[in-house]
Design a protein around this ligand. Sequence first.
Ligand SMILES: NC(=O)c1ccc[n+]([C@@H]2O[C@H](COP(=O)([O-])OP(=O)(O)OC[C@H]3O[C@@H](n4cnc5c(N)ncnc54)[C@H](O)[C@@H]3O)[C@@H](O)[C@H]2O)c1
Length: 268
Amino acid sequence: MSGNRVEGKRVLITGAARGMGRSHAVRLAEEGADLILVDICESLPELEYPLATPEDLAETARLAEKHGGQVVTSIVDVRDEAALRAAVDDGVAQLGGLDAAVANAGVLTVGTWDKTTQKQWRTVLDVNLIGTWNTCAAALPHLVERGGSLVNISSSAGLKGTPLHLPYTASKHGVVGLSRALANELGAQNIRVNTVHPTGVETGMRPESLHALLVDGRPDLVPIFLNALPAVMAQAVDISNAVLFLVSDESRFVTGLEFKVDAGVTLR
Ligand SMILES: NC(=O)c1ccc[n+]([C@@H]2O[C@H](COP(=O)([O-])OP(=O)(O)OC[C@H]3O[C@@H](n4cnc5c(N)ncnc54)[C@H](O)[C@@H]3O)[C@@H](O)[C@H]2O)c1
């Protein structure tokens, strides 16, 4: 699929080195976008799975560039507000402006309530919630003149009480509150703010302990994770198509939407 649905739009994407961030980058590039791609490209000791590498980010850039647009990459931790702002300002200077931002970087820790640590709370809230805010804040000075679109990646766990990862579920609900309030504050300036809520997607975000904790430890909770549609997982591109719509002018009167691409898991 390629076309011109976001032709000439300049889009910031965080967590772009792999997984859904890479998919969003490629899908938007296919439809004509220029991109600023950000990723930490380093693993965190608090997580039981590795994060992306510099090679992953370079590969995303290579895949996106094949479609002819301009791509700028930066290795930045979204928790570092000043560094993120500097990277975005630099990318915007290179691309000549900004039209949208996709706050996609996120992390997941796993554990029952009594095993959840302060360190997990701080890390997950810092990356998923404050990192999303930092991304919005870095983008907004470039959007206030002409309007634009902020797409904040939440989760089905941002709409239902998904258990066994309390900080993650709380952070993804937080992203919804942040986005709704921002949508109100920024509507007058023609800036739209929406959230996207994926069901499970097979990516590098794979904490090994979750399966055992759920299936062996709390089988009573398994139904909460089951999709209504007959698919165990969605594909990254399914989520990217929602992001594409929200970045494009096709959604010019859409703001404050919680866009579920969840195979019906939140109906359950
Ligand atoms: N995979 C799923 O089942 C699923 C479901 C719902 C929502 N999500 C959300 O989708 C988004 C993308 O996740 P994914 O599944 O592609 O996971 P992933 O781990 O494959 O990708 C996340 C990317 O973010 C980067 N990242 C992590 N912390 C960062 C930081 N502090 N600063 C900058 N970059 C950072 C990682 O290096 C990685 O490249 C996340 O917000 C996640 O919570 C995922």
